[in-house]
Design a protein around this ligand. Sequence first.
Ligand SMILES: Nc1ncnc2c1ncn2[C@@H]1O[C@H](COP(=O)(O)OP(=O)(O)O)[C@@H](O)[C@H]1O
Ligand SMILES: [Mg+2]
Length: 444
Amino acid sequence: MDVEPTVYQIFTPATPANLAFIEREEINNNLVNALRTPGKQIVIYGHSGSGKSTLINKKLERLYENHIVSRCMQGMSFEQLVLDAFDQLSPFYTTEKNQKTTNSVSAQLEATYLGIKSQLSGTSLRESGDKSTRALPPQLTLQNLARFMGQSKSCWILEDFHKINESDRALLSQAMKVFVDMAAEYNTLKIIAIGAVDSARQVVKYDHEMRTRVAEIHVPLMNLHELQDIIIKGGELMNLRFDSSLSSTISHYAAGLPSICHTLCLNICVHLDFNIPSEKLVNIRKESLQPALKMYLDEASDTLKMAFENNLKQSKVKKYNNPELIVKALSELPQEGGTRADIYKRITKYEKDYPQGNLTKYLKQMCEKEITPLIRSSESSGKYAFIDPLYRAFAMALVSITHSHDPHELIDWNDAIASFIKSFSTEELTKSIHTYKILYATDK
Ligand SMILES: Nc1ncnc2c1ncn2[C@@H]1O[C@H](COP(=O)(O)OP(=O)(O)O)[C@@H](O)[C@H]1O
Ligand SMILES: [Mg+2]
């Protein structure tokens, strides 16, 4: 019999999904085609947490023999990435071979690899400032790296490529060109660059001739159906049945982010003490969301509260609480936010004489907050939106609580945030949850 998974293997808020993975039809074909087409380079982009890594992991599992993953970090240079990839290829060229090297080409390649390796491990430590970095041996060209990868039937994944220095990012385009050229010789050779940005062009700026050689794949936030599918799939694996009203509420709060969906489901299970799949099918009701949300807010609330407080507090009393009006308007707009005009229209529903100039000024100010950003503008769409869908969810709840009486009433945000968080710790609810298993256990 298979070993039973634990809830942590099913609901995976911080790692790529595996057991509760759901297919994403609209991206699937493009991605699979691009992976199968020799010479096609790939750029995957989209909001952080939208599911880029999960998707590529799952597809590579099926379509590729090997792959090399280089994780980019802030301030890393392209040279360091080349070295990283080179190091990771080591097992293909240095392990004891049980079969003899089959032909002279691969024998020669192996010799080249080992030659470079010994140069690297020898005298090539060079001091630069505090850090000692390894110099790139002249033989470690992009062509040679491509050969090493091609021979090992690997593709090269560059995770979080947006973190690389701007100046070094241009080198990716050159590397892709080399990989395109060498794909005639090595069919599986390709670079897959992944970036948490709004457009493929922010990941790599390639030139005209490369246009048809690069597949740009956008991974959008998840829609409500996809999020619900995660809940259903994870629920089945846990032998739990999430009420339809509960699963639609979770999907709503997730605000497009599968990671929040996993978080809330995991919290519900942990709170109800389901660490492994239940023996009997158990119904999970809507009430169990409250403690799960509270667990979630407890972890995230510092950042959230700080962002809201810093953006909304006013040093002097002004005629309008401008940031508050903006937040309220944005919370009523869809996930992708709205243009300046959309926001203005919302605000004038409540404040019909609101000056245009105020909106311009405060939108700009709020987008420039570097330490505790709450909203951002997107150049590609011309829209303003919460920087994180999570903030939108928070704002929606906040607004719905604080504006339930008089829409013109000014909000004391500190109070509102505090009471909002408190509203999730109602003792009764927490207590009632503990009797869940008994109350809602049903026979299969
Ligand atoms: N297709 C999917 N099915 C189920 N869960 C997913 C899926 N894609 C992503 N997730 C979950 O969403 C979260 C973020 O996914 P990840 O792939 O790391 O996003 P990204 O790389 O875009 O930041 C993780 O918790 C992961 O488990
Ligand atoms: Mg990722």
